[in-house]
Design a protein around this ligand. Structure first.
Ligand SMILES: [Zn+2]
Length: 458
């Protein structure tokens, strides 16, 4: 029996950083904010295969904060299982999803093919979570919403996207729903990122759902280029192959820009650099198209795009594994969960001369997470590879606000939200941010459990 209560349910990114899925029910409408893939620990990844806790056919609309797969990567399942409404997002997010979702589908298909070839699945045959045709069907349901425009969802609900400064097109969203309002931060960027714009000022809101990826940490005050040079130079001097698993969109481009600037300033030698990710190559062009989304000018964009040899085909990618250092291979995926970088790790991780340079957040349970934690072997395609290469993680390159930056942004709300829900963090990070918000801002908070539902008052 439908009633008139406004309800919010947390169907992902609760107790973890992946699988963002929030269901808002208001005035007879069911609105899903983000629909991401769970990544990391196996018990989380298994949730991608479990039936959804709601019927996709009953969802009226999806609002997508940004293109990262842990926010968008489950949309092809949602549409395949019967969701027929619109998926609203910014224009740049739509462009990035056109690149990311088919790629994610391809990786799913590859995993299934690999499992079938090597008989390592319990299922016969192993099937992909979704296919490239599921992904392209899903993209038909996307609708572009202008940043800062109010978009109506029926008579009593409306939403507005505002720039979050976390990735091209990334937004936070404020939803007005039947007499109350809820703001979802999505992933919040940083005030002084060298490439991306600062997050917009937050609007007054009754309820807030905030991410807490770095809720327990401050990013060190290091210049990204100085940090990069510190790791690269000794490795280059010993002839290393430097493998950089990088998120294909955003991270790969800012890394190339930093490398190009270091070379131009003579701070690192002019060694070969390869961008081995067709997705990253496509995304690089979007920086020229969306000039308002970032701080770079046309000459920075040229410098960035000219910084590396683009490696398009799988055949070219394989020849890199036969080349000698020093050279830099920037390749996806960022947490080494899939993609071409996994093959490069297999080839190069066993030699102590080489350097594996991790960038950005590495979710526990991923290969990147294991490397950050000092794993002595890395499991790839059912085999254990000894880790002898030097492993480093860049600290200065995060695209998420740290705890101080989060609190500084929260202080800009015109008035305290009635309640703040803290999500999208490992348990320690979410709880640390909860404590700071309660002590410093004296706001009412809740760290929701997975599948918890709360009622929102009008
Ligand atoms: Zn993100």
């Amino acid at each position: 029996m439908p009633d008139n209560k406004t309800r919010l349910s947390f169907y992902g990114a609760a107790g973890t950083v992946t699988g963002s899925r929030y269901l808002l029910e208001s005035a007879g409408r069911r609105i899903l904010v983000d629909c991401g893939l769970f990544q990391g620990y196996k018990q989380l990844r298994l949730r991608n295969w479990a039936p959804l806790p709601f019927d996709p056919r009953t969802i009226d609309a999806v609002i997508l904060t940004h293109a990262h797969i842990d926010h968008s990567g489950y949309l092809p399942v949602l549409t395949r299982e019967g969701f027929r409404g619109s998926i609203y997002c910014s224009e740049a997010t739509f462009e990035l999803c056109k690149i990311l979702l088919p790629d994610s589908a391809y990786l799913q298909e590859e995993d299934a093919r690999f499992a079938n070839r090597h008989g390592i699945s319990k299922h016969q045959p192993a099937l992909p979570l979704y296919t490239r045709s599921d992904a392209s069907a899903c993209l038909q349901q996307f609708r572009v919403a202008g940043i800062d425009d109010s978009v109506a969802l029926g008579a009593r609900n409306a939403f507005t996207l505002r720039r979050a400064g976390h990735l091209l097109g990334a937004c936070f969203v404020r939803i007005e729903c039947d007499g109350t309002s809820v703001t979802f931060t999505g992933d919040l960027g940083r005030p002084n990122d060298p490439v991306l714009m600062a997050p917009a000022a937050p609007p007054a809101t009754d309820y807030l759902v905030t991410e807490s990826t770095y809720g327990d940490r401050e990013h060190p005050q290091i210049e990204p280029e100085a940090e990069l040079a510190r790791y690269l130079n000794p490795a280059i001097a010993r002839g290393a192959v430097i493998v950089v698993p990088a998120f294909a969109i955003g991270r790969a481009q800012s890394l190339l820009l930093h490398i190009a600037r270091l070379k131009r300033a003579g701070q690192i030698p002019d060694i070969p650099v390869f961008l081995d990710s067709p997705m990253a190559i496509d995304a690089s062009g979007l920086y020229r198209r969306f000039m308002l989304e970032h701080r770079l000018d046309a000459s920075d964009c040229d410098l960035m795009c000219g910084a590396a040899t683009f490696v398009n085909t799988a055949e070219q990618s394989k020849t890199l594994d036969r080349q000698r250092g020093p050279m830099i291979i920037v390749s996806a995926s960022g947490m080494a969960t899939g993609g071409r970088v996994v093959h490069h790790l297999k080839t190069f991780i066993g030699n102590e001369r080489n350097l594996i340079l991790l960038t950005g957040f590495q979710a526990p349970g991923t290969r990147g997470g294991s490397l950050v934690n000092g794993a002595s072997t890395l499991r790839i395609h059912g085999e254990d590879f000894p880790v002898r290469a030097e492993v480093r993680q860049l600290q200065a390159s995060s695209s998420h606000a740290d705890a101080n930056e989060m609190v500084a942004w929260l202080k800009r709300f015109p008035e305290p939200p009635r309640r703040t829900f803290i999500t999208h963090g490992e348990p320690g990070a979410s709880d640390a941010l909860r404590q700071r918000i309660e002590r410093q801002l004296r706001w009412s908070t809740l760290v929701p459990e997975y599948r918890q539902t709360v009622e929102l008052d009008a």
